[in-house]
Design a protein around this ligand. Sequence first.
Ligand SMILES: [Zn+2]
Length: 432
Amino acid sequence: MKKVYKAHILFTKEKDRFEVYENGYIAVEDGIVVGVASNLEALNAQDAEVIDFGDKLLIPAMNDMHVHAPQVHNQGVAMDLELLPWLQNYTFPEEAKYADVQYAERMYRRFLHTQWLFGTMRSVVFSTVHTDSTRKLMQLYQEAGMGALVGKVAMNRNCPDELCEDVDAAIAGNEQLIKEFNAQCSMFNAQCPPLVRPIITPRFVPSCTPELLKACGELAKKYKLPVQSHLSENTSEIAWVAELEPESKSYGDAYNRYGLFGQTPTIMAHCVWTAGSELELMKKNGVMVAHCPTSNFNLSSGMAPVRNLLDAGIRIGLGSDISGGHDLNMFRMLVYAIQVSKMQYQQNHDKAFLTLSEIFWIATKSAGSFFGKVGSFEPGYEFDALVIDDSVLYPAEYSLQHRLERFIYVGDDRQIVHRFCRGKEVEEPKVF
Ligand SMILES: [Zn+2]
């Protein structure tokens, strides 16, 4: 069933500029964009139902490429420590509560609702070590109709006893979820996999023994599943990894040795200190970076070299990384990322700061490539979209591109009036 949406359409096919269709039309069939044009005739869709959004903006939805759902209760608090003591003092005690599935459901509903408010339709998510509450999170995403790669966290050292699973239990729990959720893959073709799928999730090298990392790599290979983890976030962490993995040439190489660095699609959060052989290995293996600017500030980790990564041809997306990060509004993450790049530009004028179209492209089309064809309105892309009513932001005074910029900088969830994921309108999820 073909539908046509009419609005002011903006998206980034290339990172250097916006595609802008003033009073444009976009045709969608079975959740997939089949055409975008300035007039209806060009779409060959005269018989299709036309939904007219008037003077509103229609843009691709947001993708949060690194987020810890069980840290929602700590969002915006406990910003007084660096990464390693912060994990021990705040993060692990909160995650231990997710042994209780009822607590998990209450918190996860809160988390999903906030993502929905801010128009985040796809996410790459850490849960906790707990199989049952991870299953609940996946079910909630399915019910909401929002896309997510959800990882039951693997960790078995340098953590409290209640979050420490032995290798066999960690793999058995993961396999259970993989069987439950991957079984649904056969219902879909390879181009359009299920919206909610598992992702292999070793927390980070210091939390996982070599045996557990090896078992995670084997699991990813066996089930052809993607991998997520953390990489080169903080200098103390990097020094610790060098002690734990003396044979590895870099932190990234430590993952690579266990089949967790691009052997299947891989995304690594932070990469603040990535350079040299680690950068080369990321490029060679096609590893994506989840850039999390607020987390890097809050935990005093540093400023990720996004311009260098872009120049090196590394794939990048943006992550909120709550609760290291404090903000689930991914539009605001675009602003923070531009501001970080401007501070770097101030230090070294050889490196141009990020433009709005570059960061919009990173947040939508570049990030979306981790899910398949997501994040653009070119034909063949899944229709993940937001309708923005910026009428309270004095739109008549601005061009369409400046209207979008103004919404990104000063707008909020109140201006997002429709949300679509894979062509279906996503209704407000229930909270209790
Ligand atoms: Zn993280």
